[in-house]
Design a protein around this ligand. Structure first.
Ligand code: GL2
Length: 819
């Protein structure tokens, strides 16, 4: 299918034999009795044999050539199913489909057997996965470091409209076929204990950590397969185990539970992914996860560096470490500890290496997401690290004093330590002080990082704060998930666009071409049908593919304003029933979203949408004009069906709150038109597609700030706008919860009496008006097709390949190494 080197090596007979071998020896099945799942597993293992070989060869080559590489540290990698995507990258999709067909199986069906490795919450984790894909596609030497959670993000179901969470054992009983355990890479991690002073052989005063507990880090590698090349990089996930999982003496004494106690304790560290998105809970176990992740990863980076015969002094020349948000910040004092206490470097030498090795990406301005840890907690769990953090801060405060002599206010603001009833460590401040580059994730966001979050840091360290606009991988988010569109694109611009997305601009000249418009819209229709079929089969809801498919899929959060979308739906419901002159194009509103289990209002919003959906979908008075579908358990594999099927993409956060968004890019690439605020990457998308091909509404960042300063009164909007009033008041009635009025009232209450912190009511009228415009524009299908084609054609900036090139050229100074 591609010119991939691996394609030529594909030996169908040998591959089929390998699948059968795994079916029988690895999964204890016979070809006649095996289930689809066993066939999928056996196929996965046979493929993983190929990628593991390439991974080891890539590792060896990079070590021998002593090339500079990036280490991407992230607590989350939301990779999604690997099999289909890897087949595409390996150039083996059709060959393997053929081989499996000869064995009596449809590849598409087998791919459905894979569970999503949901090792992330949302955008931040998915970005890390796109970045690994782009690093490998462009052969920038890289290792991804994450955690091997036993349970990924919870599975969501709805019981009477309410979210219910269940554990997600993503590996299944049989294990995940793509992963390979690497026992030779195991690490020992220390915790607790105390610090002691001692004199070294030369009589110098030294300090060392005497730990109170040790656990073991087990490395699992997942292959990140380069598209159309032979490089395979590891995504290395650490699992925490006890070094002494079982005490035979305690067991023999009859203490059966106590005998396993240390194993139970250690196993907890990587048991479960914290289900919070854009929110810091400050739990001790989470700090332990973070340190465990960093300690294993830093030790592994040093093992590679030193093992390849390099000097510790050359670390920053050969390795750079990107911190994905503040979650792995503790890696900074960890590297310092190793350089000071183990390599015995002086402070300045150690600091030079460390601060030239780390770079940090900021992903949010939301105060509730900016991590702080209590000094007491760090001092107890990581006593030596707390000392080092104090020393970093002490030296940093001297610099602040030199720059702003006698200014205690600025010291208080910039200090890594926040004073108060309990002292807290501000991880973002530690990151800015301890790294050589800090980037935001979209132009607007990076400006706000400089202007509002870190203005003094920008003055103190000119040039350190910068921007890298996010992107998404065109392999998964067009080629794999939208084969119809992919074929059409290839026909017009050639087939190398998946790793050269600039080529897609070539579609622009077909935007007016009537025949092309028809074919483009026919593909859209097929994708809408695929989604409609899924909905019919899984939710038993009938939907018409002639309706506008209007989709909002993302984590549930007040700032993302799913409740603004809901109020618009309620306004349509009200008008359809009460205003005989009102007419609209049939519309289906889709939602897909998980709420953090402890986020009560987010869960109430899910409940409300589900209750409205129940009523609306069976209300014959609406004449089929309005449907609402809340897809349960939204995840990457469902996103792959939803993005290609969308006509309208909802990107409606309060301006200044969504750092970037990446779903916005996936929708537009797949030809959906955005309704959005001037927030995050929407701003740059508008620049690319032009104002006439995107529907922008709402307050701007500065208007939001001004309105808040002036004193925002939600009741003003409530009293002034009868449609808004009707929509809000519906939430008080029992219209959607027969016999139980008030069940949806918390949302109304939050908006009116709770002060409407995200200005939903202020943006409502413009939002409704902009939707009316969409309604009109959609009626002219040629006009709509042109706009949709232009959205696909003009999105090339938002390839994660471009993002990674920006990081490589402007921050990491990294060169590709071809295999
Ligand atoms: C996020 C931002 O909210 C989101 O706008 C951005 O696209 C991603 C990736 O940069 O990062 N920040 C954050 O904490 N989470 C995000 O998704 N969880």
């Amino acid at each position: 299918m591609t010119t991939n080197g691996q394609t030529q090596q594909f030996d169908k007979t040998a591959f089929k034999a390998a699948v059968e071998k795994h079916l029988t020896t690895t999964y204890a099945n016979t070809p006649t009795t095996a289930t689809s799942r066993s066939w999928y597993l056996a196929m996965g293992r046979a493929l993983a044999e190929i990628t593991t070989g390439n991974l080891l060869e890539t590792e060896q080559q990079l070590a021998e050539e002593k090339v500079r590489s990036v280490n991407y540290l992230s607590l989350e990698f939301l990779i999604g199913r690997l099999t289909g995507n890897n087949l595409i990258s390996m150039g083996l999709y059709e060959d393997v489909a053929d081989a499996m067909k000869e064995m009596g199986h449809s590849l598409t069906d087998l791919l459905e057997e894979e569970r999503d490795p949901a090792l992330g919450n949302g955008g931040l984790g998915r970005l890390a996965a796109c970045f690994m894909d782009s690093l490998a596609a462009q052969e920038y030497p890289a290792v991804g470091y994450g955690l091997h959670y036993e349970y990924g993000l919870f599975r969501q179901s709805f019981v009477d409209g309410r979210q219910v969470e269940a554990p997600d054992a993503w590996r299944g009983l049989e294990g995940y076929p793509w992963e390979v355990v690497r026992p030779e890479l195991n690490q020992t991690v220390n915790l607790y204990g105390h610090v002691e002073a001692y004199k070294d052989e030369n009589g110098n005063a030294c300090r060392r950590w005497v730990p109170g507990m040790t656990v073991e880090g087990v490395a699992w590698d997942l292959p990140i397969v380069g598209y159309d090349n032979k490089s395979v990089y590891p995504l290395r996930l650490w699992e925490c185990r006890s070094p002494a999982p079982f005490s035979l003496s305690r067991f023999n004494d009859g203490d059966y539970v106590g005998a396993q106690y240390s194993a139970l304790e250690a196993g907890n560290v990587t048991k479960v992914l914290y289900p919070n998105d854009n929110h810091d809970q400050g739990k001790a176990l989470r700090l332990m996860q973070q340190y465990f992740h960093c300690a294993c990863s830093i030790a592994d980076i040093l093992r590679r560096h030193i093992g390849a015969g390099n000097k510790i002094e050359d670390l920053a020349k050969l390795e750079t470490i990107q911190l994905n948000d503040t979650h792995p910040t503790i890696a900074i004092p960890e590297l310092m500890r190793i350089l000071l206490d183990e390599y015995k470097l002086g402070w300045d030498a150690a600091w030079t290496i460390s601060s030239k090795t780390f770079a940090y990406t900021n992903h949010t301005l939301l105060p509730e997401a900016l991590e702080t840890w209590s000094e007491a907690l760090i001092a107890q769990m990581l006593p030596r690290h707390m000392e080092i953090i104090f020393e970093i801060n002490h030296r940093f405060m001297k610099l602040v004093e030199q720059t702003w002599p006698g200014n205690n206010e600025v010291k208080r603001k910039l200090s890594i330590i926040e004073e108060g009833s309990q002292r807290m460590v501000r991880m973002a401040n530690l990151c800015v002080v301890g790294t050589y580059a800090v980037n935001g994730v979209a132009a607007l966001h990076s400006e706000l990082v400089k202007r509002d979050l870190f203005p003094e840091f920008d003055e103190l360290f000119p040039g350190r704060l910068t921007n890298v606009t996010n992107g998404v991988t065109p392999r998964r988010w067009i080629k794999y998930c939208n084969p119809g569109l992919s074929a059409l694109i290839s026909e017009k611009v050639g087939n190398d666009w998946p790793n050269k997305l600039e080529k897609i601009t070539g579609l622009e000249k077909f935007a007016e071409d009537k025949a092309f418009q028809k074919r483009y819209m026919a593909v859209k229709k097929e994708n809408k049908q695929r989604l409609a079929d899924w909905v019919k089969e899984n939710m038993d809801i009938e939907i018409d593919t002639n309706a506008i498919f209007d989709i909002q899929i993302k984590r549930l959060h007040e700032y993302k304003r799913q409740h603004l979308n809901l109020l618009h739906i309620l306004s349509l419901y009200h008008r359809l029933l009460n205003d005989p002159s009102f007419d609209m194009q049939p519309r289906v509103f889709f939602f897909g979203s998980k709420a953090a289990p402890g986020y009560a209002l987010a869960k109430d919003i899910i409940f409300a949408i589900n209750k409205v959906a129940e009523k609306v979908n069976s209300d014959s008075r609406l004449g089929g004009k309005l449907k609402v579908v809340f897809i349960p358990d939204y995840r990457v594999s469902l996103a792959e069906i939803l993005f290609p099927a969308a006509d309208v993409s909802e990107q409606i956060s309060t301006a200044g709150k969504e750092a970037s968004g990446t779903g916005n890019m996936k929708f537009a690439l797949n030809g959906a038109l955005t309704i959005g605020t001037m927030d995050g990457a929407n701003v740059e998308m508008r620049e690319e597609v032009g104002d006439e091909n995107i529907f922008i509404f709402g307050l701007l960042v500065d208007e939001v700030q001004k309105l808040k300063e002036e004193g925002y009164d939600p009741y003003r909007y409530y009293h002034a706008d009868s449609l808004l009033r009707a929509a809000l008041d519906l939430l008080e009635t029992d219209e959607f919860t027969p016999g139980k009025p008030g069940q949806l009232a918390t949302i109304r209450h939050n908006l009116l009496d709770g002060g409407d912190p995200y200005l939903v009511l202020a943006d409502f009228a413009d939002y409704v008006k902009t939707h009316e415009k969409i309604d009109v524009e959609y009626r002219n299908q040629e006009n709509w097709a042109r706009k949709a084609i232009l959205n696909t054609a003009l999105m090339s900036k938002f390839s994660s390949d471009r993002s990674i090139r920006d990081y490589a050229n402007n921050i990491w100074k990294l060169k590709p190494v071809n295999r």
